[in-house]
Design a protein around this ligand. Structure first.
Ligand code: ADP
Length: 519
């Protein structure tokens, strides 16, 4: 094999030297050598760069090196080196450099070993210095975020657990400690099953598996799951759990937030019982009113009957007048009792609406005819206008419809001193079998001020006491109308101007009974 020429050897050496320089630059590792006999210190190019200098910019020295070290780390580095010489052992330390001019800080890792002579004297130290500023920054960031996480969990009153796929607790908050009555160390590594009654364990295992598999139907704050849980004392309590998948790089964990809802549940239960009690009380009151009204009507009918018989006989004028007043009072009382009876039956839920064919136009006509005696002394014109679009027969509760219209038309007549009262009925088809009916009861009476328009649909409410004295009434009529109309799925509304009359409008959908046999 031919011996390589000096030139070839030099070229090869240069190439290897260049490769070493590049390798050091890329790895940010510099190398140095200190001759302890002469004090000569050699730095590779990369050491200069790590110290913020250009390669070969100056003659390095151990003192210069010490001066580049962060003042707080300087003694530690010097001691480490001196100890390694004394104990004849290599060392590896991490410390900071600080540019004396700019103040910029860099983290480096130093390694060093020393050759010793036969007499035990140190001859040459050599070592490496690696710039680890970036990885150190990442480490610090991680440590910071861990510290933040730790403080959040420690300060958190919410019970938060992080569990692995085997349901072992990895991390937990201070709130979990308080909720379950175990210390954080006692909770760590325990199975979640320890905090559940047996019957709940397999469900939790199943739901955690689904969370780990990424099933969105069980994860997230919008999907709370009701569980029974168990404290360390064995006491069970209702809880609401939310699961969130916590997919770290190398494992999947589940974050579980647990809310003790026992107080909320007991409030709900107390509220439910109070509601039940109140409803039972209200039902009992309605039942009592219904019974009383019924019981009052029988003797009242007897009294009215006797008055009618007495009135049909020959009587002195004064006695007739007295009996007429007694009759009117009796009739008012009958109306009042009927209203109370109807209202209490509606409230008691005893009022079931029938669905039978009936003639709406006839119902309207009857409501008007019924009021003729009351309208005659005031010379009121009573009219009805049923559009041709209105079918002959609809399916519904004729008696309820009659009562609604009787109440509205009798109010219209009662509160109108002159002019007219009219009922207008129109229909528009909703589908092949159903019509939407609009029934307006219009009067030219005293009207109703804006402030009273909502109130008058309440029970026992009238516009004012003086109107009661003038017009009489119980304040139940419109409450009954509203309840009946709403029971039919309809609405009742009012348009009115004081002094120029009122229009009550019913809006109800009814099925046509065309071609259906009468029942
Ligand atoms: P009542 O007529 O027995 O007093 P309602 O519930 O039927 O009870 O009516 C409540 C109140 O609404 C009436 O007292 C009256 O003040 C007012 N009201 C009802 N209808 C009319 C109307 N057509 N015009 C003027 N006021 C009316």
């Amino acid at each position: 094999m031919p011996t390589p020429s000096t030139q070839t050897i030099n070229t090869e050496l240069e190439r290897q030297g260049e490769m070493l320089r590049q390798a050091q630059r890329i790895a940010k590792i510099g190398s140095w050598e200190l001759d302890l006999g002469t004090g000569y210190l050699f730095w590779s190019d990369e050491v200069f760069r790590i110290f913020g200098l250009s390669p070969g910019q100056m003659e390095p020295s151990y003192e210069f090196f010490l001066n580049q070290i962060h003042p707080d780390d300087r003694d530690m580095v010097n001691t480490a080196y001196q100890t390694s010489l004394e104990t004849r052992t290599p060392y590896r330390i991490t410390h900071r450099l600080q540019d004396p001019e700019t103040g910029e800080i860099r983290w480096v890792e130093e390694q060093c070993e020393t050759d010793f002579g036969e007499d035990g004297k140190p001859l040459t130290s050599r070592g490496t210095v690696q710039d680890i500023t970036e990885s150190r920054a990442a480490e610090l960031a991680l440590a910071k975020s861990e510290a933040t996480l730790h403080s959040i969990l420690h300060a958190n009153i919410e019970a938060i657990l992080v569990a692995d796929p085997q349901r072992r607790i990895r991390i937990c908050s201070r709130g979990a400690e308080l909720l379950f009555g175990l210390s954080l160390t006692e909770m760590a590594d325990r199975s979640l099953d320890a905090f559940l009654p047996d019957a709940e364990q397999s469900r939790l295992a199943d739901e955690i598996d689904r969370v780990l598999a990424g099933d969105p139907r069980v994860s997230g704050l919008q999907h709370p799951h009701g569980y029974r849980m168990r404290r360390a004392t064995g006491e069970e309590f209702p809880a609401e759990l939310t699961f969130t998948l916590n997919a770290a790089a190398d494992e999947r964990l589940v974050t579980i937030v647990i809310r003790d809802v026992s107080r909320q549940r007991s409030y709900e239960e107390a509220l439910r019982l109070a509601m039940e009690k109140a409803e039972a009380g209200s039902r009992a009151k309605s039942a009592f009113l219904a019974n009383m009204s019924h019981e009052c009507r029988t003797p009242l009918n007897g009294m009215l009957g006797m008055i009618a018989i007495a009135l049909s006989s020959d009587l002195p004028e004064a006695s007739r007048r007295h009996l007429m007043i007694a009759k009117e009072c009796g009739e008012t009382l009958t109306n009042l009792i009927s209203g109370v009876l109807d209202m209490s039956q509606i409230e008691e839920g005893k009022f079931t609406l029938k669905s039978e064919p009936f003639d709406l136009a006839a119902v309207v006509q009857r409501a008007i005819d019924l009021q003729r005696p009351a309208a005659a002394p005031k010379s009121l014109v009573l009219t009805s206008d049923v559009a041709s679009s209105v079918a002959d027969r609809y399916l519904g509760d004729e008696a309820a419809m009659q009562q609604i219209l009787n109440n509205l038309v009798s109010n219209a007549v009662k509160f109108t001193e002159s002019g007219a009262v009219g009922v207008l009925v129109s229909a528009s088809p909703v589908d092949t079998r159903t019509d939407r009916l609009t029934i307006d009861v219009v009067d030219t009476g005293i009207g109703i001020a804006e402030a009273h328009r909502e109130l008058i649909f309440g029970r026992f409410t009238q516009v004012d006491d003086s109107s009661t004295r003038i017009y009489g009434g119980s304040g139940l009529g419109l409450a009954i109308v509203k309840s009946l109309v709403e029971a039919k799925g309809g609405t009742v509304s009012l348009k009115s101007n004081p002094d120029s009359g009122s229009t009550f409008t019913l809006d109800i959908k009814l099925k046509r009974a065309d071609g259906m046999p009468d029942e």
